[in-house]
Design a protein around this ligand. Structure first.
Ligand SMILES: [Zn+2]
Ligand SMILES: [Zn+2]
Length: 151
């Protein structure tokens, strides 16, 4: 895979974040970060493992999970509570809303919706120290909705 400008920018973000904390830059961390940024924006650890097994054989699921958690700690990914049992990681870290399909599990960004700013402010007022909030809308994606109507 030739290194494109976009990819090296993605790598640089991770390298800078790791170096800042005195952590090692490993090919494993680079590849997992790349996959989350470029392949599909919302991925479970299992999906990431499936995507990297070609380039990084022998990496285990717990290692992938630990790396995704590290990316979360570095502020390069966010954990998404999808409510479907799967823990998703999102490479887009600014506030945004999601739709989650109960049937196929597809998770998509929903832009143009209000972010839960007031809910966060209310939590702060009550003495809680919130770090972020999520807006998740559950239901059926367009494809699953069409199938359920056809059936
Ligand atoms: Zn669906
Ligand atoms: Zn998202």
């Amino acid at each position: 895979m030739p290194a494109t400008t976009a990819q090296s920018e993605i790598d640089q973000r991770l390298v800078a974040a790791l170096r800042q904390r005195g952590m090692r830059v490993t090919s494993q961390r680079l590849v997992i970060h790349r996959v989350l940024c470029c392949r599909a924006q919302h991925m479970t650890a299992e999906q990431v493992l499936g995507a990297i097994s070609g380039s990084l054989p022998g990496v285990s699921l717990p290692t992938v999970y630990a790396t995704l958690e590290l990316l979360e700690q570095l502020g390069l990914a966010r954990r998404l509570a999808t409510g479907t049992g799967a823990v998703m990681f999102d490479s887009r870290t600014e506030q945004h809303a999601h739709t989650v399909c109960r049937q196929c599990g597809i998770t998509a960004d929903l832009d143009g919706t209000p972010t839960p700013t007031r809910a966060l402010a209310r939590a702060s007022d009550s003495g809680f120290a919130p770090d972020h909030a999520q807006v998740v809308i559950w239901g059926l994606c367009a494809q699953c909705a069409a199938q359920s109507q056809a059936a």
